[in-house]
Design a protein around this ligand. Structure first.
Ligand SMILES: Cc1ncc(COP(=O)(O)O)c(C=O)c1O
Length: 371
């Protein structure tokens, strides 16, 4: 039996990615930048409705440069969603700034706007990082309004939510800066890579400058600032351009997988599906189908282990940042929600190559555990 993955790379059947790579080979635009990089930036911007973009080596690099672009410096406070992958928070520390973690709300699993407001009563942060976890939009309009009222820049970590539309706008386009990841497990992948998007022309120009070793315009190698080697290569960007052509199909398949699980588990009272669209017209990419268990007898790890016996990959929910030893000295504005989601939730296989039979097998194995 072939292994069923959580979320593995899925190249187009048409070979779009290879055509772009071939063009790069044929024209010897292997490195450093080139037509695929420009094309990937422009094409992604046009799809999501953002003005400017810079393609980077990773989503983490994009978060790092967003923090620099909004002026985060040593000793500053930055608010960050606690329930996320560590890459949302690590770049805060790269800059010598101090994260303060904010808990989630039940209905989106993302940053609780009320707790964000509460945190503003205690701190004056330099930036806020909100996340659209598992492809479910945060209440980003509310979060944005709070940030605006407190005159604080908003960075949207949309690493997992490319394709998610909330109240008519793509996630990643609400904040001062939006971040996408094309890591191997993401809804589209370039093997590794990221994108920083914004309406701010100067901010994106500055991010490009830092990402290319902060090389000043001079006939010699002249540096007035510390730079980074963060740009995406022209080969990698070719994969991205090809993947953009199948983004819509990938989102539809992820949504289909979520619906199949919902149907399959509808009679299991111990299983609660994770968050879905909040309002009519919202469109989640359901990057990973997540569930939580009401049961006290069966734990997420039991399901993960049982599926593993059948060569099926499932994963725990991200462990919140306020529970991570590396961030133990950071403040946390909490309400117990992310602790509970971590304890009770799990990510089911959501690979876009899954067949109906594969999905049925997962449903069957899980349902049998509750009988
Ligand atoms: C929520 C979140 N933020 C940031 C990242 C970092 O992206 P990358 O792996 O491209 O650096 C990821 C994924 O890896 C992620 O899931």
């Amino acid at each position: 039996m072939k292994k069923i993955y959580l979320s593995s790379p899925h190249m187009s059947d048409e070979g779009y990615e290879q055509a772009y790579i071939k063009e790069a080979f044929d024209t010897n635009w292997i490195a450093p930048l080139g037509a695929n990089v420009d094309g990937f930036e422009q094409e992604l911007s046009a799809i999501i409705g953002s003005k400017y973009a810079v393609a980077l080596a990773s989503g983490t690099a994009a978060i790092h440069l967003a923090l620099k672009a909004v002026g985060v410096k040593q000793g500053d406070t930055v608010f960050c969603q606690s329930l996320t992958f560590s890459a949302s928070a690590n770049p805060i520390v790269y800059e010598g700034a101090i994260p303060v973690f904010i808990d989630s709300e039940k209905d989106t699993w993302n940053m609780d706007p009320q707790l964000l407001e509460k945190a503003f009563q205690k701190y004056t942060p330099k930036a806020v990082i909100a996340v659209h976890l598992y492809g479910i939009s945060a209440k980003i309009d509310k979060i944005k309004a709070i940030c605006k009222r407190h005159n604080t820049p908003l960075i949207e970590d949309a690493a997992e939510s490319l394709g998610t539309v909330y109240k008519g706008k793509w996630t990643g386009t609400y904040g001062d800066y939006g971040v996408f990841s094309f890591n191997g497990n993401k809804i589209i992948t370039t093997s590794g890579g990221g994108m920083l998007v914004s309406e701010k022309k100067e901010g994106i120009a500055k991010a490009k400058f830092w990402a290319t070793q902060a090389r000043e315009k001079a006939p010699w190698y002249h540096h007035e600032e510390i730079g980074y080697n963060y740009r995406m290569s022209n080969i990698v960007a070719g994969i991205g351009r090809g993947q953009l052509k199948v983004l819509k199909a990938r989102v539809e398949k992820k949504r289909y997988i979520f619906e199949q699980y919902k149907e399959g588990f509808k009679n299991i009272s111990d299983i609660e599906m994770g968050p879905d669209n909040l309002e009519q017209g919202d469109y989640s990419n359901h990057w990973l189908s997540v569930i939580s268990l009401k049961s006290d007898t069966i734990k997420p790890i039991d399901i993960i282990n049982e599926l593993a016996k059948h060569k099926i990959e499932a994963r725990p929910i991200w462990k919140p940042m306020h529970l991570q030893p590396v961030f133990k000295d950071c403040d946390f504005i909490g309400n117990g929600v992310s602790d509970k989601i971590f304890k009770k939730g799990l990510c089911l296989p959501s690979d876009t190559k899954m067949t109906d039979e594969n999905i049925d097998r997962v449903v069957d194995i899980v349902c049998r555990m509750f009988k």
